[in-house]
Design a protein around this ligand. Structure first.
Ligand code: 2PG
Ligand code: MG
Length: 437
């Protein structure tokens, strides 16, 4: 056996520190600093979901009366008492080994003992520290000389579902600047659509504020009104619906459906309970009538047969994205693909718990010829790791929420900085990279 080379001080972990910070919903969350012996440092913050899939890594929260039970002092204590000593002295560049060590230390299938929030913040901070040790920004360290391109942004205009007190049944009404060939143009067009949508809502007397991800919170009587207004907003911005700017939806159907029954509060103005096939028919009708290129979680996570039937009926040019059903798990992605359910997956590092598992989920999508979308959560912060992951891992789409509120704008603005250093500048993937073309 050959002796292993000693870890150089630039890469040897000297300290892992955690502190409690606050997220965009004013809830406590976990920030981690990883420092090497030479003093280079990585820092990251855990995000948090509201419409979570049942198979996600579980955040460790304190319970009790403070902050609705959402405090994270136990998660921070676990980092200080268990994770930090276990990682000290190890090589910060060995992400897979460090993530495996944390998974082993946690010892639960759902990361509930040390907390998915503790693990994901540490895992991301490790990646930053490893990049800093090489003197590189995170995206460049991850790309490692391979092609790095900015992703096509998916940006929320109206928010509903669990992010807006259930005022609309559906969760995200988003736009995708499918006709833009660069990041800056995509943001410019989205900004115009977002402004136009706000103006139209005010004129219609339907604006109630903004939802959790910064999309407008509209008082519509019926889900479909949001679609018609979104098309009007694209037109009012002087853009062509479907050609310049198309629509993407996150139905988040697990929030209102269970056991193949879906309770819509505003199916057509009134409450209605729909069977799986009836909800699918409603959504397929929208796909026919509106310029929708992507639809996420059209049926609930416990309805894989419904998801498979919907994917087949929607056809190969519609991107059918799974979130709650696959929760950034390679095994779940493969299992759904085997049944014909879905053709794309969200990649949310905190659903998995570590970057290594998130990368495995991404690799599963690639092996299956699925599309992948790196995604933020509804509870976010100034942390911009997901933008670096999308660019560095070569993921072609990015979902961040809306075009307002600084926890969202921090991500769009980070893309504006990263683009200055990319070989292709701000160029987006070519239209042929997407299944709707
Ligand atoms: C989703 C996300 C983002 P949450 O469902 O895709 O919109 O929401 O973070 O609440 O799960
Ligand atoms: Mg979703």
């Amino acid at each position: 056996m050959t002796a292993m080379a000693p870890v150089p001080p630039t890469r040897r972990i000297a300290a892992v520190r955690a502190r409690r910070v606050w997220d965009s919903r004013g809830r406590p969350t976990v920030e981690v600093d990883v420092e090497t012996e030479s003093g280079t440092r990585g820092r990251a913050i855990a995000p948090a979901g509201a419409s979570t899939g049942s198979g996600e890594a579980v955040d460790l929260r304190d319970g009790g009366p403070a902050f609705g039970g959402l405090d994270v002092r136990r998660a921070i204590g676990g980092i200080e008492r268990e994770i930090a000593p276990a990682l000290r002295g190890l090589d910060v560049a060995d992400q897979a080994a460090l993530d495996a060590r944390m998974i082993e230390l946690d010892g639960t299938p759902d990361r509930s003992r040390l907390g998915g929030n503790a693990l994901v913040a540490t895992s991301m901070a490790i990646a930053y520290a490893a990049a800093a040790a090489r003197g590189l920004p995170l995206w460049a360290a991850l790309a490692d000389g391979g092609p790095a391109v900015l992703p096509l942004p998916e940006i929320q205009v109206f928010g509903g579902g669990a992010h807006a007190g259930g005022r609309l049944d559906l969760q995200d009404f988003m736009v995708v600047a499918v006709g833009a060939d660069d990041w800056r143009t995509a943001l410019d067009r989205t900004a115009e659509v977002y402004r136009a949508a706000g103006r139209l809502l005010v004129e219609a007397g339907r604006l109630q504020g903004v939802a959790d991800e910064g999309g407008f919170w509209p008082a519509f009587d019926d889900n479909e009104q949001a679609l018609t207004m979104l098309v009007r907003a694209i037109e009012a911005a002087g853009l062509r619906p479907g050609e310049d700017v198309a629509i993407s939806l996150d139905i988040a159907a697990s929030n209102f459906g269970r056991g193949g029954r879906y309770r819509l509060a505003r199916a057509d103005g009134t409450p209605r309970e729909l069977a799986s096939a009836e909800l699918a028919e409603l959504l397929l009708g929208w796909l026919r009538r509106y310029p929708i290129v992507s639809i996420e979680d059209p049926l609930a996570e416990d309805d894989p047969d419904g998801l498979a039937a919907f994917t087949a009926a929607a056809g190969p040019r519609v991107q059918v994205v799974l979130d709650d059903a696959v929760v950034t798990s390679a095994a779940r992605i493969r299992a759904h693909a085997a049944r014909g359910a879905g053709n794309a997956a969200l990649i949310k590092p905190n659903q998995a718990g570590t970057l290594t598992e998130s990368l495995a989920a991404l690799e599963a999508t690639r092996a299956l010829d699925w599309d992948a979308i790196v995604s933020a959560r509804s509870g976010e912060t100034e942390d911009t790791t997901i933008v670096h992951l999308a660019v560095g891992w070569g993921v072609r789409q990015l979902k961040v929420g809306s075009f307002s509120r600084s926890e969202r704008m921090a991500k769009w603005n980070e893309g504006l900085r990263i683009g200055e250093s990319l070989a292709g500048g701000f160029a987006l993937p070519p239209p042929s990279a997407f299944r709707w073309r």
